[in-house]
Design a protein around this ligand. Sequence first.
Ligand SMILES: C[S@@+](CC[C@H](N)C(=O)[O-])C[C@H]1O[C@@H](n2cnc3c(N)ncnc32)[C@H](O)[C@@H]1O
Length: 222
Amino acid sequence: MTFDKSFQNIQAMFNIISDKYDFINNIMSLGTQNYIKLQCIKCLHIRPDDKVIDLCCGTGDLSKIIKQIEPNANTIGIDCSDNMLAIAREKDKKTQYFQGDVTNLPYADNTFDIAVMGFGLRNILNAEKAVDEAYRILKKGGYFMHLDFGNKNFISKIFDILMPVFVKLFTKNSFAYSYLIESKRIFPEPQDLIKDFESKGFKFKERKDFLFGVISMQIMMK
Ligand SMILES: C[S@@+](CC[C@H](N)C(=O)[O-])C[C@H]1O[C@@H](n2cnc3c(N)ncnc32)[C@H](O)[C@@H]1O
Protein backbone atom coordinates (compact mmCIF):
# COMPACT_ATOMS: atom_id res chain seq x y z
CA MET A 1 0.00 0.00 0.00
CA THR A 2 1.30 3.48 -0.80
CA PHE A 3 0.03 6.37 1.26
CA ASP A 4 0.23 10.03 0.35
CA LYS A 5 2.08 11.56 3.30
CA SER A 6 1.18 15.13 2.38
CA PHE A 7 0.64 17.44 5.34
CA GLN A 8 -3.11 17.59 4.59
CA ASN A 9 -3.49 13.80 4.40
CA ILE A 10 -1.61 13.18 7.63
CA GLN A 11 -3.57 15.93 9.36
CA ALA A 12 -6.87 14.44 8.14
CA MET A 13 -5.88 10.92 9.20
CA PHE A 14 -4.97 11.97 12.76
CA ASN A 15 -8.13 14.07 13.00
CA ILE A 16 -10.13 10.94 12.18
CA ILE A 17 -8.35 8.53 14.54
CA SER A 18 -7.88 10.96 17.46
CA ASP A 19 -10.74 9.64 19.62
CA LYS A 20 -9.32 6.09 19.72
CA TYR A 21 -5.63 7.05 19.49
CA ASP A 22 -4.66 6.65 23.19
CA PHE A 23 -6.75 3.52 23.62
CA ILE A 24 -5.22 1.75 20.59
CA ASN A 25 -1.71 2.84 21.63
CA ASN A 26 -2.20 1.20 24.98
CA ILE A 27 -3.28 -2.03 23.33
CA MET A 28 -0.45 -1.98 20.79
CA SER A 29 2.17 -1.34 23.49
CA LEU A 30 0.61 -3.95 25.84
CA GLY A 31 -0.03 -1.17 28.34
CA THR A 32 3.60 -0.06 28.46
CA GLN A 33 3.46 3.17 26.48
CA ASN A 34 3.25 5.52 29.47
CA TYR A 35 6.01 3.68 31.29
CA ILE A 36 8.26 3.89 28.21
CA LYS A 37 7.54 7.59 27.74
CA LEU A 38 8.26 8.23 31.43
CA GLN A 39 11.63 6.46 31.21
CA CYS A 40 12.56 8.55 28.16
CA ILE A 41 11.66 11.85 29.82
CA LYS A 42 13.57 10.89 32.99
CA CYS A 43 16.75 10.51 30.90
CA LEU A 44 16.57 14.22 30.01
CA HIS A 45 17.03 15.51 33.60
CA ILE A 46 14.79 18.50 32.87
CA ARG A 47 15.48 21.49 35.15
CA PRO A 48 13.08 24.15 36.47
CA ASP A 49 12.58 26.92 33.88
CA ASP A 50 13.87 24.78 31.00
CA LYS A 51 12.10 25.66 27.77
CA VAL A 52 10.79 22.42 26.30
CA ILE A 53 8.99 21.80 23.00
CA ASP A 54 7.02 18.63 22.23
CA LEU A 55 7.10 18.26 18.43
CA CYS A 56 4.19 16.26 16.96
CA CYS A 57 2.75 16.24 20.49
CA GLY A 58 -0.47 14.46 19.46
CA THR A 59 -2.64 13.89 22.53
CA GLY A 60 0.04 15.37 24.80
CA ASP A 61 1.49 12.31 26.58
CA LEU A 62 5.10 13.49 26.58
CA SER A 63 4.29 17.08 27.63
CA LYS A 64 2.08 15.84 30.43
CA ILE A 65 4.87 13.61 31.78
CA ILE A 66 7.35 16.50 31.50
CA LYS A 67 5.10 18.73 33.63
CA GLN A 68 4.60 15.93 36.17
CA ILE A 69 8.36 15.45 36.53
CA GLU A 70 9.30 19.14 36.42
CA PRO A 71 6.25 21.39 37.03
CA ASN A 72 8.34 24.52 36.53
CA ALA A 73 9.47 23.66 33.01
CA ASN A 74 7.97 25.87 30.29
CA THR A 75 6.38 23.39 27.95
CA ILE A 76 4.89 23.93 24.50
CA GLY A 77 3.28 21.27 22.33
CA ILE A 78 2.93 21.54 18.55
CA ASP A 79 0.82 19.34 16.31
CA CYS A 80 -0.95 19.68 12.98
CA SER A 81 -4.15 17.91 14.07
CA ASP A 82 -6.76 20.02 15.88
CA ASN A 83 -8.55 16.93 17.16
CA MET A 84 -5.38 15.46 18.68
CA LEU A 85 -4.66 18.86 20.25
CA ALA A 86 -8.16 19.08 21.71
CA ILE A 87 -7.50 15.83 23.60
CA ALA A 88 -4.07 17.08 24.72
CA ARG A 89 -5.64 20.26 26.13
CA GLU A 90 -8.19 18.17 28.05
CA LYS A 91 -5.53 15.84 29.50
CA ASP A 92 -2.94 18.44 30.37
CA LYS A 93 -3.96 21.98 31.30
CA LYS A 94 -0.39 22.99 32.18
CA THR A 95 1.12 22.94 28.70
CA GLN A 96 0.41 25.43 25.94
CA TYR A 97 -0.67 23.57 22.82
CA PHE A 98 -0.53 25.11 19.35
CA GLN A 99 -1.55 23.96 15.92
CA GLY A 100 1.39 24.08 13.51
CA ASP A 101 3.80 22.34 11.17
CA VAL A 102 7.02 21.08 12.74
CA THR A 103 8.83 21.55 9.42
CA ASN A 104 8.23 25.29 9.70
CA LEU A 105 8.31 26.41 13.32
CA PRO A 106 7.51 30.01 14.32
CA TYR A 107 10.37 30.21 16.83
CA ALA A 108 13.72 31.98 16.71
CA ASP A 109 17.03 30.08 16.51
CA ASN A 110 18.45 28.86 19.86
CA THR A 111 15.15 29.19 21.79
CA PHE A 112 14.67 25.81 23.54
CA ASP A 113 16.68 23.75 26.03
CA ILE A 114 14.97 20.52 25.03
CA ALA A 115 12.95 19.25 22.06
CA VAL A 116 11.16 15.90 22.21
CA MET A 117 9.45 13.99 19.42
CA GLY A 118 7.53 10.76 19.97
CA PHE A 119 6.34 8.69 16.99
CA GLY A 120 6.26 11.79 14.79
CA LEU A 121 9.13 11.77 12.30
CA ARG A 122 7.88 8.64 10.52
CA ASN A 123 4.74 10.56 9.52
CA ILE A 124 6.41 13.62 8.06
CA LEU A 125 6.92 13.86 4.30
CA ASN A 126 9.94 16.14 4.66
CA ALA A 127 11.46 14.51 7.74
CA GLU A 128 14.85 16.11 7.07
CA LYS A 129 13.31 19.56 7.36
CA ALA A 130 11.74 18.62 10.71
CA VAL A 131 15.16 17.54 12.03
CA ASP A 132 16.71 20.77 10.70
CA GLU A 133 14.03 22.74 12.53
CA ALA A 134 14.59 20.82 15.79
CA TYR A 135 18.29 21.64 15.50
CA ARG A 136 17.71 25.29 14.65
CA ILE A 137 15.38 26.07 17.56
CA LEU A 138 17.55 24.30 20.17
CA LYS A 139 20.13 26.20 22.18
CA LYS A 140 23.76 25.07 21.92
CA GLY A 141 24.09 22.12 24.32
CA GLY A 142 20.31 21.49 24.14
CA TYR A 143 18.90 17.97 23.77
CA PHE A 144 16.72 16.37 21.11
CA MET A 145 14.94 13.24 22.37
CA HIS A 146 13.51 11.09 19.59
CA LEU A 147 11.28 8.06 20.25
CA ASP A 148 9.79 5.66 17.70
CA PHE A 149 9.83 2.09 16.45
CA GLY A 150 13.29 0.54 16.58
CA ASN A 151 14.95 -2.47 15.04
CA LYS A 152 13.07 -4.63 12.55
CA ASN A 153 13.82 -7.81 14.45
CA PHE A 154 11.82 -11.00 14.89
CA ILE A 155 9.60 -9.54 17.66
CA SER A 156 8.90 -6.49 15.51
CA LYS A 157 7.74 -8.77 12.66
CA ILE A 158 5.38 -10.59 15.03
CA PHE A 159 4.01 -7.17 16.04
CA ASP A 160 3.39 -6.36 12.35
CA ILE A 161 1.31 -9.53 11.98
CA LEU A 162 -0.68 -9.33 15.23
CA MET A 163 -1.30 -5.58 15.40
CA PRO A 164 -3.78 -5.31 12.47
CA VAL A 165 -5.79 -8.20 13.92
CA PHE A 166 -6.20 -6.43 17.29
CA VAL A 167 -6.83 -3.05 15.71
CA LYS A 168 -9.68 -4.42 13.56
CA LEU A 169 -11.41 -5.53 16.77
CA PHE A 170 -11.45 -2.02 18.21
CA THR A 171 -11.65 0.51 15.38
CA LYS A 172 -13.23 0.99 11.99
CA ASN A 173 -10.22 3.05 10.90
CA SER A 174 -7.94 0.11 10.20
CA PHE A 175 -6.56 1.95 7.12
CA ALA A 176 -4.57 4.17 9.49
CA TYR A 177 -2.97 1.15 11.07
CA SER A 178 -2.10 -0.41 7.69
CA TYR A 179 -0.40 2.89 7.02
CA LEU A 180 1.43 2.56 10.36
CA ILE A 181 2.89 -0.84 9.36
CA GLU A 182 4.02 0.57 6.00
CA SER A 183 5.55 3.71 7.55
CA LYS A 184 7.34 1.53 10.12
CA ARG A 185 8.69 -0.74 7.36
CA ILE A 186 10.38 2.09 5.48
CA PHE A 187 11.54 4.04 8.56
CA PRO A 188 15.32 3.88 9.26
CA GLU A 189 16.51 1.69 12.13
CA PRO A 190 17.95 3.53 15.18
CA GLN A 191 21.63 3.15 14.20
CA ASP A 192 20.86 4.75 10.80
CA LEU A 193 18.67 7.45 12.35
CA ILE A 194 21.53 8.42 14.65
CA LYS A 195 23.78 8.83 11.58
CA ASP A 196 21.09 10.98 9.92
CA PHE A 197 20.84 13.16 13.05
CA GLU A 198 24.65 13.45 13.19
CA SER A 199 24.72 14.55 9.56
CA LYS A 200 22.53 17.50 10.65
CA GLY A 201 25.04 18.56 13.31
CA PHE A 202 23.74 16.69 16.37
CA LYS A 203 26.07 14.71 18.64
CA PHE A 204 24.97 11.31 19.94
CA LYS A 205 24.35 11.13 23.73
CA GLU A 206 22.26 8.08 24.55
CA ARG A 207 20.11 5.28 23.13
CA LYS A 208 17.65 3.16 25.05
CA ASP A 209 15.64 0.24 23.65
CA PHE A 210 12.31 -1.03 24.97
CA LEU A 211 10.17 -4.13 24.34
CA PHE A 212 13.12 -6.14 22.99
CA GLY A 213 14.16 -3.29 20.70
CA VAL A 214 10.77 -2.86 19.01
CA ILE A 215 10.72 0.69 20.43
CA SER A 216 13.85 2.82 20.61
CA MET A 217 14.81 6.22 22.01
CA GLN A 218 17.76 8.32 20.95
CA ILE A 219 19.03 11.45 22.70
CA MET A 220 21.12 13.81 20.58
CA MET A 221 22.84 17.04 21.66
CA LYS A 222 23.21 20.25 19.66
C1 LIG B 1 1.77 8.93 15.96
S1 LIG B 1 1.30 10.52 16.53
C2 LIG B 1 2.37 10.77 17.93
C3 LIG B 1 1.72 11.58 19.02
C4 LIG B 1 2.50 11.66 20.33
N1 LIG B 1 3.76 12.34 20.18
C5 LIG B 1 2.71 10.33 20.97
O1 LIG B 1 3.85 10.01 21.33
O2 LIG B 1 1.73 9.61 21.16
C6 LIG B 1 2.02 11.56 15.32
C7 LIG B 1 1.54 12.99 15.42
O3 LIG B 1 2.30 13.78 14.51
C8 LIG B 1 1.48 14.80 14.01
N2 LIG B 1 2.12 15.36 12.80
C9 LIG B 1 2.44 14.69 11.66
N3 LIG B 1 3.06 15.52 10.80
C10 LIG B 1 3.15 16.74 11.42
C11 LIG B 1 3.71 17.99 11.05
N4 LIG B 1 4.31 18.18 9.85
N5 LIG B 1 3.62 19.01 11.92
C12 LIG B 1 3.01 18.85 13.14
N6 LIG B 1 2.47 17.67 13.54
C13 LIG B 1 2.55 16.63 12.69
C14 LIG B 1 0.15 14.11 13.81
O4 LIG B 1 -0.95 14.99 13.77
C15 LIG B 1 0.09 13.19 15.03
O5 LIG B 1 -0.61 13.77 16.11
